[in-house]
Design a protein around this ligand. Structure first.
Ligand code: GLP
Length: 244
C-alpha cells in the first residue's frame, strides 16, 4: 500500500492496531503486538499515544513483544531498545509493563540459548502475535535477521552485518562502540504472526524495497520471505515506492 506521505501511512497503521486492540477488548482477550524500533515506526507510536490521550484507547489488554536488542547491552543504556520503547511508547500509555517483553541485552551468555527458547514459548503462551510491525534494514534485514537467515529461524543470537553496524554508528560514539551481536526474533517467529505490517519511508529504502517486493524470495534479502506470508502488507510512502 502506497501513501502520499509517511504521516498518512502511520495514521492508517495505528488505526489498524487500535482496531485489533479494541476487537480483543470486546472479547475479553489479550491483543498480542509484535513491535519494532528504529526511526520508521516512531510516528505510529506517536499516533497510538494520541489515540490513548484523546480517544480513550486503552492498552490494558495489550501484550507486547519486541523484535530485537543489541547484545551485549545494558537495558538502561542510551541506545537500548528497552529505553527506546519506554521513551517512545510504553511510558505514555496505560500498558502493564509486566506485559512488555524485550529481549534482554544483559542476559548472561551461558543462559542465552535457554533465554531465547523461553522468549519463543512466552509468545506461544499468549496465543501468538496478532499483528507484527516491521521496519527494514538497508540490507533487507527484518528485526536483526541479517542476510543468510533461514526462513524457519527462531529467536537467537546473531552477528550483525557491517552495514547494519555502520547504520547504527550515529547512536553510539563510534563504530567500535556498536555491539557486534544482537538477540533477534527469528524469521520463523515473525512468519507465525497472523498479520505482518512492514513499513518503509524515504528514497534511502527504495532499492531494498524493490528487491524485497519484486525480487526472488531469497535468504540474501530476508524481507523477501514476506512474499510467502498469507496476510502481510508492505506500507510505503511515495519515495520508498519509487523503484517499484
Ligand atoms: C535496526 C532494527 C530494525 C529496523 C532497522 C531500520 O536494524 N533492528 O528492526 O527495522 O534498524 O531502522 P530505521 O527504521 O531507523 O531505518
Amino acid at each position: 500500500t502506497i501513501y502520499e506521505s509517511a504521516a498518512d501511512a502511520c495514521t492508517a497503521v495505528s488505526k489498524e492496531i487500535a482496531d485489533v486492540i479494541r476487537l480483543k477488548q470486546n472479547k475479553g482477550e489479550y491483543a498480542v503486538l509484535g513491535l519494532a524500533t528504529g526511526s520508521t515506526p516512531k510516528k505510529v507510536y506517536q499516533e497510538l499515544i494520541r489515540l490513548h490521550r484523546n480517544e480513550g484507547l486503552s492498552f490494558n489488554n495489550v501484550v507486547a513483544f519486541n523484535l530485537d536488542e543489541y547484545y551485549p547491552l545494558q537495558p538502561d543504556a542510551l541506545q537500548s531498545y528497552k529505553r527506546f520503547m519506554d521513551e517512545n511508547l510504553f511510558d505514555h500509555i496505560d500498558i502493564d509493563k509486566k506485559n512488555c517483553f524485550i529481549p534482554q541485552g544483559d542476559t548472561p551468555q551461558e543462559l542465552l540459548k535457554m533465554y531465547c527458547e523461553e522468549y519463543e514459548k512466552k509468545i506461544e503462551a499468549f496465543g501468538g502475535i496478532d499483528i507484527q510491525l516491521l521496519g527494514i534494514g538497508r540490507n533487507g534485514h527484518i528485526g536483526f535477521n541479517e542476510p543468510g537467515s533461514h526462513i524457519s529461524s527462531a529467536t537467537r543470537l546473531i552477528t550483525l552485518d557491517q552495514t547494519t553496524r555502520l547504520d547504527a554508528v550515529n547512536d553510539f560514539s563510534g563504530i567500535a562502540q556498536v555491539p557486534r551481536k544482537a538477540i533477534t526474533m527469528g524469521v520463523g517467529t515473525i512468519m507465525k504472526a497472523r498479520r505482518i505490517v512492514l513499513l518503509a519511508w524515504g528514497e534511502r529504502k527504495a532499492g531494498i524495497i524493490k528487491q524485497a517486493v519484486e525480487g526472488p524470495v531469497t535468504e540474501f534479502v530476508p524481507a523477501s520471505y514476506l512474499q510467502g506470508h498469507q496476510n502481510a502488507v508492505i506500507v510505503l510512502d511515495e519515495a520508498a515506492a519509487a523503484e517499484l
